[in-house]
Design a protein around this ligand. Sequence first.
Ligand SMILES: C[S@@+](CC[C@H](N)C(=O)[O-])C[C@H]1O[C@@H](n2cnc3c(N)ncnc32)[C@H](O)[C@@H]1O
Length: 211
Amino acid sequence: MSEPQHRDAYLEAVLPPDPARDAIRRDLLERGWPDMCVPVALGRLLTQLAMGSVSAIEIGTYAGYSAICIARGLSPGGRLLTLESRREHAELAAQHIEAAGLGHRVEIALGDAAETLAHLRANERRFHLAFVDAHKPSYPRYLDLLLDLMHPGGLMVFDNAFGRDRALDPSATSPTPTALRELHRRLFEDERLVSTLLPMFDGVAIARVRP
Ligand SMILES: C[S@@+](CC[C@H](N)C(=O)[O-])C[C@H]1O[C@@H](n2cnc3c(N)ncnc32)[C@H](O)[C@@H]1O
Protein backbone atom coordinates (compact mmCIF):
# COMPACT_ATOMS: atom_id res chain seq x y z
CA MET A 1 0.00 0.00 0.00
CA SER A 2 1.41 3.44 -0.93
CA GLU A 3 1.75 6.10 1.77
CA PRO A 4 -1.33 8.12 0.62
CA GLN A 5 -3.44 4.92 0.42
CA HIS A 6 -2.19 3.95 3.88
CA ARG A 7 -3.29 7.33 5.24
CA ASP A 8 -6.67 7.16 3.45
CA ALA A 9 -7.30 3.72 4.91
CA TYR A 10 -6.41 4.96 8.39
CA LEU A 11 -8.69 8.01 8.07
CA GLU A 12 -11.51 5.79 6.80
CA ALA A 13 -11.11 3.61 9.89
CA VAL A 14 -10.68 6.33 12.51
CA LEU A 15 -13.16 9.03 11.42
CA PRO A 16 -16.75 8.57 12.60
CA PRO A 17 -19.03 7.33 9.80
CA ASP A 18 -21.05 10.00 8.01
CA PRO A 19 -24.40 8.64 6.80
CA ALA A 20 -24.87 11.70 4.52
CA ARG A 21 -21.56 10.98 2.75
CA ASP A 22 -22.46 7.28 2.43
CA ALA A 23 -25.89 8.09 0.96
CA ILE A 24 -24.34 10.45 -1.59
CA ARG A 25 -21.64 7.92 -2.51
CA ARG A 26 -24.30 5.22 -3.12
CA ASP A 27 -26.48 7.61 -5.13
CA LEU A 28 -23.58 8.72 -7.36
CA LEU A 29 -22.55 5.10 -7.93
CA GLU A 30 -26.11 4.15 -8.98
CA ARG A 31 -26.23 7.10 -11.42
CA GLY A 32 -22.75 6.38 -12.76
CA TRP A 33 -21.69 9.93 -11.83
CA PRO A 34 -18.16 10.64 -10.57
CA ASP A 35 -17.58 11.17 -6.86
CA MET A 36 -16.30 14.77 -6.85
CA CYS A 37 -17.31 15.47 -3.24
CA VAL A 38 -14.81 16.54 -0.61
CA PRO A 39 -13.56 13.67 1.57
CA VAL A 40 -15.02 13.33 5.06
CA ALA A 41 -11.87 14.75 6.73
CA LEU A 42 -12.05 17.91 4.60
CA GLY A 43 -15.79 18.10 5.20
CA ARG A 44 -15.11 18.13 8.93
CA LEU A 45 -12.62 20.98 8.45
CA LEU A 46 -15.38 22.92 6.65
CA THR A 47 -17.73 22.26 9.57
CA GLN A 48 -15.07 23.57 11.97
CA LEU A 49 -14.40 26.67 9.86
CA ALA A 50 -18.12 27.42 9.58
CA MET A 51 -18.57 27.47 13.34
CA GLY A 52 -19.33 31.01 14.48
CA SER A 53 -20.45 32.07 10.98
CA VAL A 54 -23.95 33.26 10.25
CA SER A 55 -23.66 33.59 6.48
CA ALA A 56 -21.69 31.37 4.11
CA ILE A 57 -21.38 31.04 0.36
CA GLU A 58 -20.20 28.07 -1.68
CA ILE A 59 -19.27 27.94 -5.36
CA GLY A 60 -19.86 24.43 -6.74
CA THR A 61 -22.63 22.41 -5.05
CA TYR A 62 -22.59 19.11 -7.00
CA ALA A 63 -24.34 16.49 -4.82
CA GLY A 64 -24.46 18.75 -1.77
CA TYR A 65 -21.91 17.09 0.53
CA SER A 66 -19.68 20.09 1.24
CA ALA A 67 -22.84 22.20 1.59
CA ILE A 68 -24.07 19.77 4.26
CA CYS A 69 -20.73 20.00 6.08
CA ILE A 70 -20.74 23.82 6.04
CA ALA A 71 -24.40 24.01 7.10
CA ARG A 72 -23.68 21.69 10.05
CA GLY A 73 -21.21 24.20 11.47
CA LEU A 74 -23.15 27.45 11.02
CA SER A 75 -24.39 29.35 14.05
CA PRO A 76 -28.07 28.97 14.94
CA GLY A 77 -30.08 30.85 12.31
CA GLY A 78 -27.10 30.78 9.93
CA ARG A 79 -27.59 30.31 6.19
CA LEU A 80 -25.53 28.96 3.31
CA LEU A 81 -26.03 30.08 -0.28
CA THR A 82 -24.54 27.51 -2.66
CA LEU A 83 -24.01 28.25 -6.37
CA GLU A 84 -24.43 25.57 -9.04
CA SER A 85 -24.68 25.86 -12.82
CA ARG A 86 -26.20 22.42 -13.60
CA ARG A 87 -29.84 21.82 -12.80
CA GLU A 88 -29.43 18.04 -12.33
CA HIS A 89 -26.68 18.64 -9.75
CA ALA A 90 -28.77 21.25 -7.92
CA GLU A 91 -31.75 18.85 -7.80
CA LEU A 92 -29.64 15.99 -6.47
CA ALA A 93 -28.06 18.28 -3.86
CA ALA A 94 -31.46 19.56 -2.74
CA GLN A 95 -32.56 15.96 -2.03
CA HIS A 96 -29.47 15.13 0.02
CA ILE A 97 -29.44 18.42 1.92
CA GLU A 98 -33.12 17.89 2.81
CA ALA A 99 -32.44 14.27 3.86
CA ALA A 100 -29.65 15.52 6.13
CA GLY A 101 -32.20 17.78 7.86
CA LEU A 102 -30.49 20.97 6.67
CA GLY A 103 -32.91 22.24 4.02
CA HIS A 104 -33.86 25.20 6.22
CA ARG A 105 -30.22 26.39 6.28
CA VAL A 106 -29.27 26.05 2.62
CA GLU A 107 -30.38 27.88 -0.51
CA ILE A 108 -29.19 26.71 -3.93
CA ALA A 109 -28.71 29.41 -6.59
CA LEU A 110 -28.86 27.88 -10.07
CA GLY A 111 -26.76 29.62 -12.72
CA ASP A 112 -23.24 30.53 -13.67
CA ALA A 113 -21.34 31.37 -10.47
CA ALA A 114 -19.61 34.48 -11.84
CA GLU A 115 -22.98 35.94 -12.84
CA THR A 116 -24.56 35.09 -9.48
CA LEU A 117 -21.58 36.61 -7.63
CA ALA A 118 -21.87 39.83 -9.67
CA HIS A 119 -25.58 39.97 -8.82
CA LEU A 120 -24.86 39.45 -5.11
CA ARG A 121 -22.27 42.22 -5.26
CA ALA A 122 -24.77 44.58 -6.83
CA ASN A 123 -27.12 43.75 -3.94
CA GLU A 124 -24.36 44.37 -1.35
CA ARG A 125 -24.63 40.87 0.15
CA ARG A 126 -21.92 39.91 2.68
CA PHE A 127 -20.61 36.52 3.89
CA HIS A 128 -18.40 35.30 6.74
CA LEU A 129 -17.19 32.15 4.96
CA ALA A 130 -16.69 31.23 1.31
CA PHE A 131 -15.84 27.79 -0.05
CA VAL A 132 -14.76 27.60 -3.70
CA ASP A 133 -14.91 24.23 -5.48
CA ALA A 134 -16.01 24.76 -9.10
CA HIS A 135 -14.53 25.77 -12.47
CA LYS A 136 -10.77 26.00 -11.75
CA PRO A 137 -9.83 28.43 -14.56
CA SER A 138 -12.28 30.91 -12.97
CA TYR A 139 -10.65 30.88 -9.52
CA PRO A 140 -8.89 34.27 -9.94
CA ARG A 141 -12.18 35.79 -11.12
CA TYR A 142 -14.03 34.21 -8.18
CA LEU A 143 -11.43 35.71 -5.84
CA ASP A 144 -11.99 39.19 -7.31
CA LEU A 145 -15.75 38.90 -6.96
CA LEU A 146 -15.63 37.35 -3.49
CA LEU A 147 -13.36 40.09 -2.14
CA ASP A 148 -16.28 42.49 -2.42
CA LEU A 149 -18.64 40.03 -0.79
CA MET A 150 -16.76 39.14 2.38
CA HIS A 151 -17.29 40.65 5.81
CA PRO A 152 -14.09 42.05 7.34
CA GLY A 153 -12.41 39.06 9.01
CA GLY A 154 -14.16 36.64 6.63
CA LEU A 155 -12.51 33.44 5.50
CA MET A 156 -12.17 32.11 1.93
CA VAL A 157 -11.26 28.48 1.24
CA PHE A 158 -10.26 27.25 -2.24
CA ASP A 159 -10.26 23.50 -2.89
CA ASN A 160 -8.06 21.77 -5.52
CA ALA A 161 -5.59 24.63 -5.32
CA PHE A 162 -2.82 22.40 -6.75
CA GLY A 163 -4.93 21.17 -9.71
CA ARG A 164 -3.61 17.60 -9.31
CA ASP A 165 -0.13 19.09 -8.94
CA ARG A 166 -0.24 20.64 -12.43
CA ALA A 167 -0.13 24.13 -10.85
CA LEU A 168 3.26 23.22 -9.37
CA ASP A 169 4.77 22.63 -12.81
CA PRO A 170 5.71 25.93 -14.51
CA SER A 171 5.77 24.18 -17.89
CA ALA A 172 2.04 23.33 -17.53
CA THR A 173 0.39 26.28 -19.28
CA SER A 174 -3.19 25.07 -19.86
CA PRO A 175 -6.00 27.20 -18.33
CA THR A 176 -6.32 25.37 -14.98
CA PRO A 177 -2.67 25.42 -13.80
CA THR A 178 -2.19 28.93 -15.17
CA ALA A 179 -5.25 30.19 -13.28
CA LEU A 180 -4.25 28.42 -10.07
CA ARG A 181 -0.76 29.96 -10.11
CA GLU A 182 -2.42 33.33 -10.70
CA LEU A 183 -4.68 32.66 -7.70
CA HIS A 184 -1.68 31.81 -5.51
CA ARG A 185 0.18 34.96 -6.59
CA ARG A 186 -2.82 37.17 -5.83
CA LEU A 187 -3.54 35.50 -2.50
CA PHE A 188 -0.03 36.34 -1.29
CA GLU A 189 0.29 39.78 -2.91
CA ASP A 190 -3.04 41.25 -1.85
CA GLU A 191 -2.48 43.27 1.31
CA ARG A 192 -6.13 42.89 2.28
CA LEU A 193 -5.53 39.16 2.86
CA VAL A 194 -3.59 36.87 5.17
CA SER A 195 -3.28 33.66 3.14
CA THR A 196 -1.80 30.20 3.27
CA LEU A 197 -1.55 27.28 0.88
CA LEU A 198 -1.72 23.85 2.48
CA PRO A 199 -0.39 20.68 0.84
CA MET A 200 -3.31 18.53 1.99
CA PHE A 201 -5.73 16.68 -0.26
CA ASP A 202 -5.37 18.37 -3.70
CA GLY A 203 -4.09 21.60 -2.13
CA VAL A 204 -6.27 23.85 0.01
CA ALA A 205 -5.76 27.63 -0.07
CA ILE A 206 -7.17 29.60 2.85
CA ALA A 207 -7.33 33.40 2.97
CA ARG A 208 -8.57 35.55 5.84
CA VAL A 209 -9.72 39.08 4.94
CA ARG A 210 -8.04 41.45 7.37
CA PRO A 211 -10.58 42.80 9.87
C1 LIG B 1 -16.15 19.44 -7.64
S1 LIG B 1 -17.85 19.70 -7.84
C2 LIG B 1 -18.32 20.36 -6.27
C3 LIG B 1 -18.29 19.34 -5.15
C4 LIG B 1 -18.88 19.83 -3.86
N1 LIG B 1 -18.29 21.10 -3.46
C5 LIG B 1 -18.66 18.83 -2.76
O1 LIG B 1 -17.51 18.70 -2.29
O2 LIG B 1 -19.61 18.15 -2.33
C6 LIG B 1 -17.92 21.14 -8.86
C7 LIG B 1 -19.34 21.63 -9.18
O3 LIG B 1 -19.20 22.96 -9.71
C8 LIG B 1 -20.18 23.12 -10.71
N2 LIG B 1 -19.76 24.21 -11.60
C9 LIG B 1 -18.81 24.16 -12.58
N3 LIG B 1 -18.69 25.35 -13.20
C10 LIG B 1 -19.60 26.18 -12.60
C11 LIG B 1 -19.96 27.53 -12.80
N4 LIG B 1 -19.38 28.27 -13.74
N5 LIG B 1 -20.92 28.05 -12.01
C12 LIG B 1 -21.50 27.30 -11.02
N6 LIG B 1 -21.19 26.01 -10.80
C13 LIG B 1 -20.26 25.45 -11.58
C14 LIG B 1 -20.24 21.75 -11.41
O4 LIG B 1 -21.44 21.59 -12.12
C15 LIG B 1 -20.09 20.81 -10.21
O5 LIG B 1 -21.36 20.46 -9.72
